[in-house]
Design a protein around this ligand. Sequence first.
Ligand SMILES: [Zn+2]
Length: 500
Amino acid sequence: MTTDYSRGLLLASAAAGVDEAGLRHRLENTRVHVSAELDIAGVVLALTVLVTNLRRLPLDLGLEVIGSDPDSPRGLLDHILELAVGIDADRNVTLSRRRAGAVLHVHLGTSPPDGVLVSAVPDGHGVRLRYPGNPYPALRAPGSGLGAVLTAAVLTGEVFKHATGLRPEAMRVRQTLDFCPVTLTEDPGVVTETPMIFTDTALVGGGAIGTAISLILRELPSAGRLVVVDPQTFEEPNVTTYSLGNVQDAQNGLRKIDLIKRELHGFDVTTIYGTAQDLLEKIDRGNVWWPKVVLGAVDSISARHELQRVYADLTLDGSTGGHVGTTLALREGLPTGPCLRCYYPLRDAQAGPSAEQLLHQSTGLAMNRIARGQLPLSERDLDGLSETGKRILAPHVGKPVCGLASLLGLVPDSRDDYRPSAAFVAQQAAALVVGALIARQTGTLTGAVRDVEYDALYGPYLHMIASRRPRPACACASNKDLIEQVREVRSSLIPRRGRC
Ligand SMILES: [Zn+2]
């Protein structure tokens, strides 16, 4: 099977302003050489994530290990090559001691060899990046799983800028970058604490950001109870845009929740094959404990409103988007404001109701059935619908529900599912989400909620943080008493779990 690079190429061609075919040709003829100093803490993981990120683009890839006995990291190199083959079996990652020919050479470590384009290294939970001529300061702390994934994501972004030939006005190349996703400062390595036990956390959304969050959690010394919620299966185009999963998983039609559960072996994972609405129903029936923290990784405004109604103590919403899909954001929400509805009021939703809502309104098909979009429509689904609903849907029995809105002409363009996306952008959004989780759970940060946004092609900057206040017209302000009542009831439901 040929690996599907369409979504990454869509993002890259939009960013570079060239057509996808020309860009693909350019990338296939670009040789990227990766070298790494494996004796620096966090570099092994950063290298693994970097190579798999780069394999998600159709580049010509070479790999070199510096400062180690060439035979000792054999198991590691085999592991990395195996991951790369899982993404694209037709493209080899070559192992070499020397870079050859015209190449983009990127390096992980503080002693980059001559000829390197750019290098980076994790420091604690953060990243330090240097172009030649800019020495590294002494590292403050061993690189953590968060620091390593962020380092790989940032370095992939630098390769992306050069390999796609972005115009200078479409990006910024900074000679140095120092960034900590926990404190959101230019001082990585100051905060190194990690919450060892995550209590009562839910991850809603198992897409590009959800798999990136899971990858980071897997690589932190953490464990605990986690509910994972997603209504879809892992498909071929996801292989090149997600941070977990390979071609075989897509061919097996693995559910995204099961993919995440498989990877998070250190956690006590409960899966819900559905949406935030299904999570809410299970909480209120006492089937699932009420999460105190919700990590949001969904891609629509209506889904954000749904997960806000969990009324968790803290909601950390990660997102990507913008003109070409390289903008990323973290929004911290509280049950009584500012909440996600304050950040994403419905009147700002340019698209109006979602395709799913239109399908529901036109046919009466239940939203939780629509959420299981990959399952074909059956005769049984028509039971209980109005005559109108039956008449509209009967000709479509056997077709997947997810495409019905566009088949019925309810949406002008069904490219909603075909958004430009890249793993290195989603990983930076995920780093902000997990960074915020660490900041809150370790007490590094208390008080004001943060609204953070930057473009991965420009990098984080000092004034990207806005502080938010509740929107006076929002339901979180007008329904404050009701929300507190709901929270009280839900907290009393927790003991029921023990009797289940
Ligand atoms: Zn609100």
